[in-house]
Design a binder for this molecule. Structure first.
Ligand code: ADP
Length: 205
């Protein structure tokens, strides 16, 4: 999986106009972040994040795919976790997945009425997943685009939250322990959104 440093060598930048760049360039960060298009359940890494629902018992979308690939042991273990609040995260082993761990997080169901609250909850899903990863000695973590499927969070807004929270965390003291954060997109449309927004949060220099 390519890092952003490699990505910038091959990408014709779409956005990165100076007024849009919110963060200072930090070349070291470019080796610690990746964008990958494909099936998150196939990644052979320390941890993949599941966009779960509050029951933690499986659902559609990426949750269904992760539960199906992880197998019944994960299901039984998830039952003992007693669900999870929105914006929080819990960890299990990866069971039959190639990934060693699953970090189950519950993103918010979007509604435009409570925009600020939903944004905080989505940020919290990313942040608590990253914190849990570090607490468990995880060095490589992959995120799907949380809440942007069935939970209908607007993709560009959700992507800004994902990128901003990762950037802030990677620069924090705890974040130093993480070697790589991988953003996994499924559709071409979402891939385009990430490619456009990445240079605002991880400018190439
Ligand atoms: P939520 O309920 O949090 O909205 P969804 O699973 O409906 O979660 O969608 C989250 C994102 O995961 C969507 O962008 C969807 O296209 C994507 N997705 C679905 N299956 C996979 C998969 N196997 N690997 C990676 N991403 C996936």
């Amino acid at each position: 999986i390519k890092t952003l440093a490699e990505f910038y060598r091959t990408l014709v930048l779409k956005a990165a106009t100076p007024e849009k760049v919110r963060h200072q360039p930090d070349p070291a960060l470019l080796d610690r972040v990746s964008l990958f298009q494909g099936d998150i359940t196939r990644l052979e890494i320390d941890a993949i994040v599941n966009a779960a629902n509050r029951s933690l018992l499986g659902g559609g979308g990426v949750d269904g795919a992760i539960h199906a690939s992880a197998g019944p042991e994960n299901f039984w273990k998830s039952r003992t976790l007693n669900g999870c609040l929105t914006g929080e995260s819990k960890i299990t082993r990866g069971y039959n997945l190639p990934a060693s761990h699953i970090i189950h997080t519950v993103g918010p169901i979007y509604s435009s009425r409570d925009k600020a609250e939903k944004a905080e909850l989505l940020e919290s899903s990313y942040r608590t997943s990253l914190e849990l990863a570090v607490e468990n000695g995880i060095r490589h973590i992959a995120f799907p685009s949380i809440s942007t499927g069935v939970y209908s969070y607007p993709v560009a807004d959700a992507t800004r939250i994902a990128l901003n929270t990762a950037r802030t965390f990677l620069e924090s003291e705890n974040g130093n322990k993480l070697e790589r954060v991988i953003f996994v997109v499924w559709s071409n449309k979402d891939k385009g959104v990430y490619e456009e927004l990445i240079p605002e949060f991880f400018p190439p220099g």
